[in-house]
Design a protein around this ligand. Structure first.
Ligand SMILES: [Zn+2]
Length: 377
């Protein structure tokens, strides 16, 4: 440690390369509501000397504020400030789901503007998600994935051109997560994942991480209007995809999306660490905040709850499900009030987030992993 100790985020590729062959998963937290939560997770990261990623998806945070009301610059500022306070030196700032849904030049150039703003704000890792672009009618994997390949390559080259060095983190996505057809979840095959990486490689794009559709879904999951645990992640398929990727000669590891609702015990015992390198936890932290608000900020909670039910009412769904799925849209609406809650509430959020983050780090086996990054760089 020297006097000019730096608490800025470190390059994504440095982190992923250092931990690529370790028996652990790096937690990636989407912190949609900052007070208490960010500091609690950062303090747990520091105390367990874990590697960690703080991320925000385009839907959560874009140039117009997304549904959290934060721009990439706002999110980065909160993260930088809190990391300095906690003295956290091994974290990655990641842009989650940079989503492209069409080939329109307007959409692509708008996305490039967003990426540029993320780079300028200090993001060190990027997930390009063009998985929606999938040609069901095409016969070969290569043709089915053509648009995804082209867009992903184009945006990755854009990042390469603008990032300060070649050590930015890159995540790509094949197979839309949570997508269903008449037979159930649509899953990524090993061949699809390998074809995708081979085609990107021809463009000299070598992603650190690949997100696949392996049975998980984003957000809270309901059955008959009641929240249920998520245990749908197909572990056998995940291992098969990882093995196929290795056999094809790639160092790319799997990024697991949609972990909220997965029992920690299952993560600890069954998640293939070493195949999965990054585990995204997003909705969990929002659920935690609502729980604390319900008890400590009942007036604000009621306003948030009623606003959500009023704006997203649906006769076919229970109130629990409507709030669980759409409460996120209230974050922006009540931004000022949420960021001005009592200091005792902030403290409660901090302590709860600290305790829960520690549980995740334990299940992910990531304690001590920050040291590996320091030693290797
Ligand atoms: Zn995701």
């Amino acid at each position: 440690m020297n006097k000019s100790q730096n608490y800025s985020p470190i390059d994504g590729a440095r982190t992923y390369n250092a931990l690529r062959d370790e028996n652990m998963i790096i937690m990636a937290a989407n912190v949609q509501i900052i007070p208490g939560v960010l500091e609690g997770i950062m303090q747990a990261t520091k105390d367990t000397d874990s590697a960690v990623i703080f991320e925000s998806a385009t839907s959560e945070c874009d140039l117009n504020g997304g549904y959290t009301g934060m721009t990439p610059k706002d999110y980065a500022r909160f993260c930088f400030k809190t990391a300095s306070k906690v003295k956290l030196d091994t974290w990655v700032l990641h842009a989650d789901h940079i989503k492209i849904k069409s080939l329109s030049e307007d959409e692509i150039s708008g996305t490039e503007d967003l990426i540029k703003a993320q780079i300028d704000a200090g993001f060190t890792s990027f997930a390009i998600d063009a998985s929606f672009l999938f040609d069901l009618k095409a016969k070969t994997e290569k043709d089915q994935l053509r648009d995804n390949i082209d867009i992903t390559a184009r945006l990755a080259k854009f990042i390469k051109k603008h990032y300060i060095n070649d050590q930015f983190g890159l995540e790509v996505e094949v197979g839309e997560i949570g997508k269903k057809d008449t037979k159930g979840m649509v899953l990524t095959t090993p061949k699809e994942a390998v074809t995708f990486l081979q085609e990107l490689d021809k463009n000299n794009i070598k992603p650190n991480l690949i997100a696949i559709a392996n049975g998980s879904a984003h957000g809270n999951i309901y059955k008959d209007g009641k929240e249920i645990f998520q245990s749908a992640i197909n572990i056998k398929l995940t291992r098969e995809v990882a093995r196929a990727i290795r056999k094809a000669g790639f160092e790319t590891k799997i990024a697991q999306h949609g972990i909220t609702g997965t029992p920690l015990d299952l993560i600890a015992k069954q998640f293939p660490k070493g195949d999965i390198l990054k585990g995204n936890v997003a909705t969990f932290w929002r659920n935690l905040v609502w729980g604390v608000f319900k008890k400590h900020e009942p007036k604000l909670y009621k306003k948030i709850y009623n606003w959500t039910i009023k704006n997203y009412q649906n006769d076919k769904k229970s109130k629990e499900e409507i709030f669980g799925k759409n409460g996120k849209y209230a974050i922006r609406e009540f931004y000022d009030e949420i960021n001005a809650v009592e200091s005792s509430t902030v403290e409660e959020l901090k302590q709860k987030s600290y305790a829960e983050a520690k549980k995740f780090f334990k299940a992910f086996n990531s304690k001590g992993s920050a040291k590996i990054i320091r030693d290797k760089s």
